[in-house]
Design a protein around this ligand. Structure first.
Ligand code: ASP
Length: 598
């Protein structure tokens, strides 16, 4: 039968017991990670969220009753042990924080028995993720996940206290909001009291934090849950957490300054890593030209080179067509990869096609400086030599080229350089390379919607010097927007906001909204701006992604206690699920899921 606490108090977590405490009495509680019965002596590895501590039950020292109870212990039983700290008599375990000590138990309580878990509770589990997520409460006992969640909690705590020191107020914004679709799809919540109407769950606290600036709370901070009903993507979660902030009476540099110091503090306190300030800055244009990405991974060097000029007179149709259609020809140099077997190069071509490229052209330079190439037969010797020179190609290098519209070339080569770096073992998780990307385009042309959409959001301020193009060439206008990028991941982004009526109206016009449509969606914000609004700017981090990188994990699921899988369902609770007819009736909702069922 399970025993209860009955006044017993835990004195230490497992790894709080140290060598300096030899001879002291302690009371520890946790889960049995392992039990080994070696005749007259029972060894137990006791586990709690801090780590492992070895407990010894010996007939003579622990007493017969205690010893016999210990002999019955099995994995995952929850126990409380009173005992004395001693130096280990047996082998010291250098892999454990408590590897030099053990507890000689004097009493044992079994607080809960346990069935055999469906998979072993161990570091670096080999169990399939689906099974682990179904039993997430067991998966969460594993030391790696415990470390990840502890790290994430530390990040949040440090951020809160740093922001408070800097004069930020933590203010909550609503979860039940008005739907203002722009960007991702909203999650909707039906209203019972107002049948036929819906709230939306926030995609971010954006509008509310701007309203708080109108209300004079000049520095706002919140760790806020956000919801986006996006299509299935590998490492996205329908709900995720932002570290969100907004500041009044500031410009780009002020936001960057406070955030650099915040990041410096977080990395120092959590990982003991020094981030040198100021963090490098790069314009969007430079990032695209050099790395083919607005979130460049700067841990390795491979850069894009534009060879359009070099090949502009070539008869090779792939290059020729791309240039004639207003595109470019660009390449990357995979240094030292010239001996890559044909099969692997073909795999790179297939990889490139998933980014919209029709193919990849290549030159593999042999050690004797001869080369193999997929397109040499269409080129003159001089042209080939000029290309190799422009690419800084040396013996043993592999040069890869894409020719298409700029966006396709950037996307393809941007992804390819990371893919190659991964193959070449250049992605060191212990290296943290930050870069600010600035001066993003304000607008982005959407082929699908046949109109401009906001690259960041409709409240982002254009750069003053580009306002002159807003009527004639809106695509050319740059924004006062910035992203903070870490190792090829956008960990945060923000912008200076528009606080002038006329510019905001222009922006809505560019986005194809009539005045009425803009008012219908954002009227309360536009009205608020009529009553005195300070210049303001802000930024939000994806806390999950930041924690994932700091914890050196590959998936944000590994830093979220109860994550959903790719199709947005929860394997443990089975959410989303059907509801009672009564609930639907109350909400005046009739289902029409026939087509779905078919
Ligand atoms: N609300 C923005 C976002 O979610 C961030 C910001 O502009 O502050 O991307």
């Amino acid at each position: 039968m399970a025993e209860s606490m009955q006044g017993l108090k835990r004195s230490h977590r497992c790894t709080e017991v140290t060598t300096a405490m030899v001879g002291e009495k302690v009371t520890v509680m946790g889960w049995v990670a392992k039990q080994r019965n070696k005749g007259g002596i029972v060894f137990v590895d006791l586990r709690d969220r801090s780590g492992i501590l070895q407990i010894i039950f010996e007939d003579t020292k622990s007493g017969t009753e205690c010893f016999e109870k210990a002999a019955k212990l099995r994995s995952e039983f929850v126990i409380a042990v009173e005992g004395t700290v001693e130096k280990r008599e047996g082998a010291v375990n250098p892999n454990l924080a408590t590897g030099e000590i053990e507890i000689i138990a004097t009493s044992l309580r079994i607080l809960s028995e346990a069935q055999t878990p469906p998979f072993p509770i161990e570091e670096n589990s080999k169990t399939k993720e689906e099974i682990r997520l179904k039993y997430r409460y067991l998966d969460l006992r594993r030391p790696d996940l415990q470390r990840n969640l502890i790290l994430k909690s530390q990040v949040a705590t440090i951020a809160r206290s740093f922001m408070a020191e800097q004069g930020f107020l933590e203010i909550e914004t609503p979860m039940l909001c008005k739907s203002t679709p722009e960007g991702a799809r909203d999650y909707l919540v039906p209203s019972r009291v107002h049948p036929g109407t819906f709230y939306a769950l926030p995609q971010s606290p954006q509008i509310f934090k701007q309203l708080l600036m109108c209300s004079g709370y000049d520095r706002y901070f919140q760790i806020a849950r956000c919801f986006r009903d996006e299509d299935l993507r590998a490492d996205r979660q329908p709900e995720f957490t932002q570290m969100d902030m907004e500041l009044s009476f500031v410009d780009v540099d002020d936001v960057i300054d406070v955030n650099e110091r915040l990041l410096q503090k977080i990395f120092k306190d959590v990982l003991d890593i020094d981030i040198e300030l100021p963090i490098q800055r790069m314009t969007w244009q430079e990032a695209m030209d050099r790395y083919g990405s607005d979130k460049p991974d700067l841990r390795f060097d491979i850069e894009l080179k534009d060879i359009t000029e070099v090949v502009k007179n070539s008869e090779f149709v792939v290059f020729k067509n791309a240039i004639e259609n207003g595109g470019t020809v660009r390449g990357i140099n995979a240094v030292g990869q010239g001996a890559m077997p044909r099969k692997k190069i073909d795999a790179l071509v297939e990889f490139a096609k998933t980014y919209g490229a029709k193919g990849l052209a290549y030159i593999a330079i042999n050690e004797d400086n001869t080369f193999k190439s997929s397109f040499a037969k269409f080129m003159t010797d001089e042209e080939m030599a000029a290309i190799i020179e422009a690419m800084d190609g040396k013996a043993g290098d592999l040069l890869l080229f894409a020719a298409d519209k700029n966006k396709v070339v950037w996307d393809t080569l941007g992804a390819l350089r990371c893919h190659l770096a991964d193959m070449m073992g250049l992605l060191d998780k212990n290296v943290f390379r930050f870069v600010w990307i600035t001066e993003f385009p304000l607008l982005e042309w959407s082929e699908e919607q046949n109109r401009f959409t906001a690259m960041h959001h409709p409240f982002t301020m254009p750069m003053e010097e580009d306002l002159q193009f807003i009527d004639t060439d809106p695509g050319k206008v740059r924004a006062k927007a910035y992203d903070i990028v870490l190792n090829g991941n956008e960990i945060g982004g923000g912008s200076v906001r528009i606080h002038q009526d006329d510019i905001q109206e222009k922006m809505f016009e560019c986005l194809g909204f009539t005045k009425e449509q803009a008012y219908e969606r954002f009227g309360f914000l536009l009205d608020a701006f009529k009553y005195g609004v300070p210049p303001h700017a802000g930024l939000a981090y994806g806390l999950d992604r930041l924690a994932m990188l700091m914890a050196k994990q590959d998936s944000i699921r590994d830093v979220i206690a109860f994550p959903k899988i790719k199709d947005a369902s929860c394997l443990m609770t089975n959410a989303p699920d059907v509801v009672d007819d009564v609930q639907l009736e109350e909400l005046c909702i009739k289902l029409d899921t026939k087509n779905e069922e078919e």
